[in-house]
Design a protein around this ligand. Structure first.
Ligand code: PHE
Length: 471
């Protein structure tokens, strides 16, 4: 059976942007920004996107296009080592865990979209008491039902295949998202009191930045990987469907730029509205979007109509991401075991239906999975990809990045290789160790030391294994 490829380059880019743009931009980004002090967080986050996210994205692209396989098959085939195949399995696991909470939030969005539509005639069900409404529907049997519905829509698209399903769907969704968000941001900007929201998001706040840089670094790193879809193998799998050689560096930069633009655009909708209604953005938590914002909509003229448009946008964004997450385990089953695509979708879907149900019934489990578990799995997955591309592929990775690239990217290929082989793994190891609480035991500099040592040992072992297999 020949493996599928994208029909067009635009199709590939839009699918990748569709994966990146999602709940991370609209739901997690405003929540994280509010919790971490506004513009200072934004500054650190943009730095991490540029210095860690884009090079990491490129590592996934290079591996995927080189191997034309899923994460497990790609790492195994390119290295000839089963152990590397198992390391690729981290990504497949991360994707499965990720979707089992993502689909629950997707279900909330689906519900709020339908409720806004239903509310056009009178008042939306969440209008009277937004907080109590969200508390009543966020977990429990009805949350399970909407999670299953969201998952089913995702499954239908993925079952239709790379070209006819994913590419067609994202080509329609992405322009719709941008047009609607621009209109919503323009509308939000005209609300009285919106200026305070702009100041919160865009005013550069050096003081907070200086005192909290390290505290901001960890959540900013987690958010940067999450929003760029890096670490779970999505970008690797999408690049494995790229047929011809074209500049991966240009594609990666375009994707990161568009993703950031949509994130800021979403912020320009959310913050002016929250400030216009004098809602404190710092207290919302994961329900911020559903409580404060849904409440804000109903208080404004034409609010229910705007709410329907807004939740419609978020629904499209969430779907174009969830299909990219489901595609990872599906590609794994199709590539490795020659399972027919539809059956692979049914099988993985059934598994995630169950794990997602657990999340939809247990708030504590949900918050644990959606926060630390996913952050760390993504960091671990990316760490494996970086070390693999930097040390095991090495020169091959440089050659792959150069294929189809222009002069700038070609010149940056070698520095990129050393960046992803040394500094970035240390950074990720540092965030992982800190997340495990090591910082409390040995202090920040101790953690840096341990991270440097661990990466140096790994690199030495990997390059020795490579020299041995070369002779
Ligand atoms: N980037 C997606 C979002 O922002 C989430 C995602 C993470 C998708 C990892 C795929 C892989 O919503």
């Amino acid at each position: 059976m020949t493996r599928e490829t994208w029909a067009t380059r635009v199709g590939f880019i839009l699918a990748a942007v569709g994966s990146a743009v999602g709940l991370g931009n609209v739901w997690r980004f405003p929540w994280m920004t509010a919790e971490n002090g506004g513009s200072a967080f934004l500054a650190v986050y943009l730095g991490v996107v540029l210095l860690v996210g884009v090079p990491g994205l490129l590592a996934e692209f290079v591996i995927g296009r080189r191997a034309n396989r899923n994460p497990v098959g790609a790492l195994r085939d390119l290295s000839g080592s089963r152990a590397w195949g198992a390391a690729g399995g981290i990504a497949v696991l991360a994707a499965t865990v990720l979707l089992s909470f993502y689909s629950v939030v997707g279900g909330w969005i689906l519900r709020y979209f339908l409720e806004s539509l239903a509310g056009l005639a009178g008042a939306a069900p969440y209008a009277a008491e937004p907080g109590a409404h969200f508390a009543a529907i966020s977990y429990g049997p009805s949350a399970v039902a909407f999670h299953l519905a969201f998952l089913a829509i995702t499954g239908v698209v993925v079952a239709a295949g790379v070209r006819r399903g994913i590419e067609v769907a994202t080509k329609v969704m992405m322009p719709a998202i941008v047009v609607l968000l621009v209109a919503l941001a323009a509308w939000a900007g005209t609300q009285e009191g919106a200026a305070a929201g702009f100041a919160f998001l865009l005013g550069f706040d050096l003081g907070t930045l200086r005192t909290n840089a390290l505290d901001l670094l960890l959540p900013a790193a987690g958010q940067a990987l999450f929003t760029l879809s890096v670490g779970a193998g999505t970008m690797l799998v999408y690049a494995s469907y790229v047929g011809e050689d074209r500049s991966l560096a240009v594609d990666a930069t375009t994707i990161a730029a568009l993703n950031t633009a949509v994130g800021v655009l979403a912020g320009l909708v959310v913050f002016p509205l929250l400030f216009a209604l004098e809602v404190d953005p710092g207290t919302g938590g994961p329900g911020a979007l559903f409580v404060s914002l849904a409440g804000a909509f109903t208080a404004l003229p034409f609010g229910t109509l705007v709410a329907a448009a807004f939740f419609g946008v978020v629904l499209l964004a969430a779907l174009s991401s969830s299909i990219s997450i489901l595609e990872i385990p599906v590609a794994f089953l199709v590539d490795e075991f020659e399972v027919p695509r539809k059956r692979a979708v049914a099988g993985t879907g059934a598994l995630i239906a169950v794990t997602g149900t657990a999340n939809a019934l247990r708030p504590a489990l949900f918050e644990f999975v959606a926060g630390p578990v996913v952050d760390n799995l993504l960091a671990l997955g990316l760490l494996a990809f970086l070390l693999f591309a930097g040390w095991t592929l090495g020169d091959e990775a440089v050659a792959e990045l150069r294929a189809g690239a222009g002069p700038i990217a070609a010149a940056l290929a070698v520095p990129w290789r050393y960046l992803i082989g040394t500094l970035l793994p240390v950074f990720l190891a540092f965030t992982l160790l800190n997340a495990l609480g090591a910082g409390r035991v040995v202090g920040d500099w101790g953690v840096v030391g341990v991270a440097v040592a661990a990466v140096a040992v790994a690199a030495a072992m990997l390059s020795r294994a490579r020299t041995r297999s070369a002779v």
